[in-house]
Design a protein. Sequence first.
Length: 408
Amino acid sequence: MVVSGALAATGFAVAAPTASAAGDFYTPPARYSATPGSIIRSEPSPLLLQIPGIANQWPGTGTRIMYTSRYQNDKPAAVTGTVIEPTTPWRGRGPRPTVVIGPGTIGQGDQCAGSKLMSFPMAIDPSKPSIALNYTALEVNLMLLNGVRVAMTDYIGMGTPGIHTYVNRAEEGHAMLDAARAALRVAHAPKNAPVAFAGYSQGGGAAASAAELAETYAPELNVKATYAGAPPADLGKVIDQIDGTAISGAIGFAINGLQARYPELRTVIDRETNARGKAALKLVSQQCIGDIILSTGFQRTSSWTRSGKPLSAVIRQYPNVQKIVDEQRIGRLKPNAPVLIEGGINDDVIPYGQVAQLNRDWRAQGAQVSMVTNPIPPIFPGMVVNHALPMLTTLLPGTQFILTHFDR
């Protein structure tokens, strides 16, 4: 369906075409509501192994949505995602709660969008070629089995037109908060129904951003808790850590996304990268996480630059670029609800030190923050094993943290 209404006074644009009339679900209509969290269109979303009367891997009913969010310049952005209404009743206090899950790094190409992978967690596009993966099933199931409504955002520019602004603090936080607003609207839930945010890696950063932006960007939401696993809170330090690993191409995701919002960065990158670097950035902009392991895995960004310096060193040469990276820093605003964060001492993608610093930054502002430290020893450094394993070991504590605060 498409939500329509009156003009300026109500925040709605002129009536937009229906999803079927518009053709591709992921192409926004020419006009749509500018109000954050508004539903632009929706349609049923078949879930993993969901065969009526035979099997239902995810215990709920899925709805694919396009909703309104905001770019960092506060202009409206159409974002897609999925809302799943559980079949299990909520047995806690008050109305059924909603958790918004921010996916971890899944890629930058439109084919990687999680809402396109709800009926089967993998899609292969031989024309690119590309392999898209949706690995949120475990955390989604845990929430649904406890009667919690789940919303998942595709983030700005994933599936929809434009580049996905990977690790852009403001835009990921907006997408999460507006997904909560949209989920409450789709479910016809009370406006004060409890909300929480969860995610790991990129999703951990998105959840952390949502937690600290909630008070100013979406003060009406009844935020109860946030779980942020391995959040990339200090992008400058993350770039150093990830360089030369199996997913070094994710640095390209970040550069591509930031260039789209900061023209001055585009000028620097064009000047400083060589032909190989330019080709790598263009390539990963159309790829998913599995693709970059094959195309740019273990490459050093020093091989992408004219000077032979890594991109982190190039960034330090330009104060205006340093400022851009610093604007993505999470921890300068106070979350308005309890937060659990996780960091792995030997995480080979997300440095432990900057997670611990986020903990200190929030505590210094008086926020209610708990931190879990994962002690798994180094296992094949650079292969991302020490980043992936803590995601699994902290899944249950993170889920329990949210459920406990929902029931208070």
